[in-house]
Design a protein around this ligand. Sequence first.
Ligand SMILES: *Cc1c(COP(=O)(O)O)cnc(C)c1O
Length: 293
Amino acid sequence: MSTAEEREDEMKIDPARASTLSSNLMNVISRMRSVIPQATQEGGPRLVAVSKLKPASDILCLHSLPAELAKNHPPQIHFGENYVQELLHKAEILPKSIRWHFIGGLQSNKCKTLAEQIENLWCVESVDTEKKANELEKGRKALAEKLSKTAASSKLESRSSREKLRVYVQVNTSGEESKSGCAPGEETLSLCKHILTSCTHLQLQGLMTIGAIARSKEAGEGQENEDFITLEKVRDEVSEALKADGLSNSKLELSMGMSNDYESALRCGSDEVRVGTTIFGERPPKRSEAEKS
Ligand SMILES: *Cc1c(COP(=O)(O)O)cnc(C)c1O
């Protein structure tokens, strides 16, 4: 736990940095809009700013813009994080109006904490086993119970006690062994069914892929990334199968596209791109868990 002074330091905004981040964000938004005009607006594809390994003050810059920058673009609401400890800390000190996306490799034993402790966790994008879905379900259920108690005593209904935790099933579209995610096909469908039938506190939002780096480089040269085409196909097949079983009629979203390939992803029907480096700059190397304490 940090002291008030340490927190103040972590949240201090440097005007030059704020201006850089703001113009980087503006560039990404306008490039998105040159592919899909309604991007980042109501009903259009959303932008998740991936802030992993970046300071809380960077997030604050984009979320609570200084007045002179706020006229250029709206405050950024969706932020993505990869590490549970880092997200727990940031969620504690940053405004509750932020919608957090957990997009990193997920360990089953951290799922309950994640879903229970972070009220404004908007979605978890890296669900690839029933066990992880079940642990997230347990955490959200515990949170809902806690909130309904406090809501009853204060006669206020909290937004989160009504809202389910959105989840995306991560699909390994490239088939690389190093990538996590469900195999396209039966494994993906079966996890989607499990979430819809057994996890009442979760809402199946869609499918997510990371894709292969080499392919995203090709995509930069005018060819669309094969992983994006695959994910769209898997989504259509899964949606059909769910519909046939009477499980769901709502359209599943596609979360795909990062700094190198978000325009290609949008052309392939992405509903959400996750952009880090292009907004925040290169990340420092990730420290090991052991070095952190
Ligand atoms: C880090 C990360 C991103 C952002 O990557 P950039 O190349 O920095 O834009 C997007 N999605 C996932 C799952 C990530 O881990």
